[in-house]
Design a binder for this molecule. Sequence first.
Ligand SMILES: NC(=O)c1ccc[n+]([C@@H]2O[C@H](COP(=O)([O-])OP(=O)(O)OC[C@H]3O[C@@H](n4cnc5c(N)ncnc54)[C@H](O)[C@@H]3O)[C@@H](O)[C@H]2O)c1
Length: 62
Amino acid sequence: MSHILVTGGAGFIGANFVLAWLRDKTADGVVNVDKLTYAGNRKTLASLDDDSRHVFFADGYL
Ligand SMILES: NC(=O)c1ccc[n+]([C@@H]2O[C@H](COP(=O)([O-])OP(=O)(O)OC[C@H]3O[C@@H](n4cnc5c(N)ncnc54)[C@H](O)[C@@H]3O)[C@@H](O)[C@H]2O)c1
């Protein structure tokens, strides 16, 4: 499967982008890299926890 790369994907714009992108079941997967600063909230992506098309990396763990 092809993937797109999203940085800052636990932030306001990024998380909404990722959720909207993956609403399309035919869309490429998402590799999401976020530094999880005060602005990042992993919980906004909780609905994707069981979605294998979403691969999340907290920056610093790469
Ligand atoms: N509820 C709301 O209406 C609401 C909430 C939050 C923000 N906003 C607005 O949204 C706009 C900003 O949104 P945004 O999504 O651009 O910013 P954001 O600050 O919401 O998110 C930025 C994301 O990038 C991450 N990040 C920072 N440095 C990084 C790095 N080096 N590598 C990887 N990830 C990194 C942060 O952890 C965070 O998750 C502003 O206008 C703000 O006022 C609105």
